[in-house]
Design a protein around this ligand. Structure first.
Ligand SMILES: Cc1cc2nc3c(=O)[nH]c(=O)nc-3n(C[C@H](O)[C@H](O)[C@H](O)COP(=O)(O)O)c2cc1C
Length: 169
């Protein structure tokens, strides 16, 4: 099967516009390397398997985080709360040049530092790096879980903007 998109009437912009309608939570993927915790904002996260417990995260091949994950062999996923929009931007590199970083801290954890204030988190050992076009599909074997006692609202990403949770029922 060809891996080329054959329809001439679609493009990356339209793809992003359609995928942007798929509302997601927002996470920061972290990995510890040489005594430092590195983080990258990611919403391409999926629960993959219950037996064994697996998650997947898709990481741009040319992102610094791809190389860090390859070396670290483990990672953590911190699920952001609605009041952590600024941390989503910071860990996505959307931050004014020269501005002080926002206050944040990591709780030392297996896999990678866990972001304080996150509503839930998963610690993973890297299982596989699979080819996914311009991204790596990284599967992680879950080795630890964290859940806030009474989770506050999650941060939602939809049509390229942030939202809180608007409950329907
Ligand atoms: C809400 C949001 C979700 C994102 N999700 C992903 C993702 O799932 N995978 C990814 O590779 N980049 C994602 N990004 C972009 C990366 O966070 C950004 O390109 C990265 O921090 C740049 O890192 P670099 O300096 O290592 O290249 C997302 C950005 C935002 C704002």
């Amino acid at each position: 099967m060809s891996n080329k998109n054959t329809a001439a009437n679609i493009n990356g912009r339209m793809f992003r516009d359609v995928m942007g309608l798929f509302a997601t939570g927002v996470t920061v993927v972290t990995a510890d390397l040489e005594g430092e915790t590195h983080g990258m904002t990611a919403n391409a996260i999926t629960s993959l398997s219950l037996d064994p417990l697996l998650v997947l995260v898709c990481v741009q091949k040319d992102a610094m985080m791809a190389g860090i994950l390859q070396q670290a062999g483990a990672f953590a996923i911190s699920i952001l709360s609605a009041d952590q929009e600024h941390l989503s931007n910071f860990f996505a590199g959307i931050w004014p040049d020269g501005a002080d970083p926002p206050p944040f801290s990591f709780e030392p954890w297996v896999g990678g530092g866990r972001l304080h204030g996150s509503i839930g988190a998963l610690a993973c050992k890297i299982d596989k790096f699979l080819d996914g076009g311009d991204h790596w599909i990284i599967t992680g074997l879950v080795v630890d879980l964290y859940r806030q006692d009474s989770p506050t609202d999650p941060l939602i990403y939809y049509t390229g903007r942030y939202y809180g949770l608007g409950r329907l029922s």
